[in-house]
Write a protein that binds this ligand. Structure first.
Ligand SMILES: Nc1ncnc2c1ncn2[C@@H]1O[C@H](COP(=O)(O)OP(=O)(O)OP(=O)(O)O)[C@@H](O)[C@H]1O
Ligand SMILES: [Mg+2]
Length: 401
């Protein structure tokens, strides 16, 4: 009994006194102390709520991860991105749950942070299927202790990388455009002379003469050079605002298609058009955009030497106020390893003299000048599809039907 009483009321030690003073021993506490204890508990739970709300408000995935890659805490964004509830993530390995891998991600900064006790950051390509991330690791807690953990912040950089590549592509275009413009200009005059004198000489010589055939070859080569020079000059030319107008894309296509259709027909290629009924006008340089369409049609026709079908479709984009032009062909398609290079200047798979490799890069810069984008999809052996998206004209009050 005595012992039991003793247990319930142990003698007060120095520490007990301080605990009581701090309001820990509620039994012996005065109402004022109880009040202050409640206040303290409120403050702690408010701080916890604030911490949790801040953690969850971060739009990027953030996790606390132990040194053996186990997830200790994860914010809401982690669950959204991984598609797994937070409670189901806890205790699992981050690379399994978040990165969907069987082993640690290459270059994971976790071990480096544990070793150096300093933040570290790496870019991990295809960390999740088709998604690139920047993973930043921050030391958390006593890292030398077994319980050492790190805070991982994951930033999805997939789109950023695409934009960066596009920017690099545009920069390349500007540099090559300037260079090519200068060179083309210099070549144009002597080339004009070669062509004019060759044609004059051809008039002076009988068609049956052996030299006539040679001159014909020179003329053909000079004409091919002229085409290249024209392409280069076009490439380097910037669209002036005064060259722009609001126009209807299907009408612009119909102005150039009949002539081209005849040529395609002789190659065994059918062209089918399909235009949405009510399309807004687009703003830009009509002849430059016609050049893009001709480039796409030329490429499509060159991809089907045995004939086939080209479909031209113009429709209004469902998501925003833009107009989409889709040029689809039943040609041989583009090899996977070439697809990322087709918009590069001078990239061609055609024989020397057949292609300069400038058609698509010129088209790319024309579409970029118009604030639009051009994308390609293709499967080798199954044909290709080019999609051009153009913003609608601001003064497109007039709907064309
Ligand atoms: N519709 C298509 N089908 C198959 N391959 C294509 C198609 N469009 C483009 N390509 C590929 O992309 C490459 C680059 O095209 P691009 O128009 O820039 O140059 P090119 O056609 O080779 O030469 P150029 O247009 O200067 O005469 C082509 O050589 C071809 O390999
Ligand atoms: Mg081409």
């Amino acid at each position: 009994m005595t012992r039991a009483t003793k247990k319930r009321h142990p003698p007060k030690t120095k520490n007990d006194k301080s605990a009581s003073r701090n309001g820990v021993s509620a039994k012996s506490s005065s109402p004022r102390e109880v009040e202050s204890l409640k206040k303290l508990v409120d403050q702690i739970s408010h701080a916890k709520q604030m911490w949790q709300a801040t953690f969850d408000a971060i739009l990027d995935p953030v996790m606390i991860i132990s040194q053996d890659y186990q997830i200790e805490r994860a914010n809401l964004a982690s669950a959204t991105v991984s598609g797994i509830e937070i409670r189901k993530m806890i205790g699992k390995r981050c690379y399994e749950v978040f990165a969907k891998r069987d082993s640690t991600c290459p270059f994971c900064p976790l071990q480096q942070t544990l070793k150096t006790e300093r933040p570290d950051s790496v870019f991990i390509d295809k960390m999740r299927p088709n998604e690139d991330f920047q993973v930043s690791s921050y030391p958390f807690g006593p890292v030398h202790d077994r319980k050492g953990s790190v805070v991982h912040h994951y930033r999805d950089v997939t789109e950023e990388k695409v934009l960066q590549q596009k920017l690099m592509q545009s920069e390349k275009m500007v540099a090559i455009g300037m260079l090519a413009g200068g060179v083309a200009h210099e070549i144009n005059n002597p080339l004009g002379g070669i062509l004019a004198f060759t044609q004059l000489a051809m008039k002076e010589i009988d068609e049956g003469h052996r030299v006539h055939g040679d001159l014909k070859e020179i003329e053909g080569a000079a004409l091919r050079c002229k085409k290249i020079v024209e392409n280069l000059l076009n490439f380097s030319r910037q669209t002036k605002d005064s060259d722009r107008s609001s126009f209807d894309l299907p009408q612009a296509i119909e102005k150039i298609l009949p002539l081209f259709r005849l040529k395609l027909k002789s190659m065994g290629i059918d062209v089918e058009t399909n235009y949405d009924q009510s399309l807004p006008l687009i703003s830009g340089n009509e002849s430059r955009l016609q050049q893009v369409i001709l480039n796409l049609l030329t490429n499509a026709s060159q991809s089907m030497p045995e004939g086939g079908k080209i479909t031209l479709r113009v429709r209004r984009s469902e998501t925003n106020g833009s107009v989409k032009l889709v040029v689809k062909d039943s040609g041989r398609g583009i090899r996977k390893e070439h697809l990322s290079r087709i918009f590069d200047p001078y990239f061609t798979t055609k024989a020397v003299g057949e292609g300069t490799g400038l058609g698509l890069s010129i088209s790319y810069s024309i579409i970029a000048e118009h604030g639009g984008r051009i994308e390609a999809q293709s499967e080798w052996g199954k044909g290709s599809q080019f999609t051009v998206t153009l913003p609608v004209s601001r003064d497109s009050t007039k709907e064309v039907s």
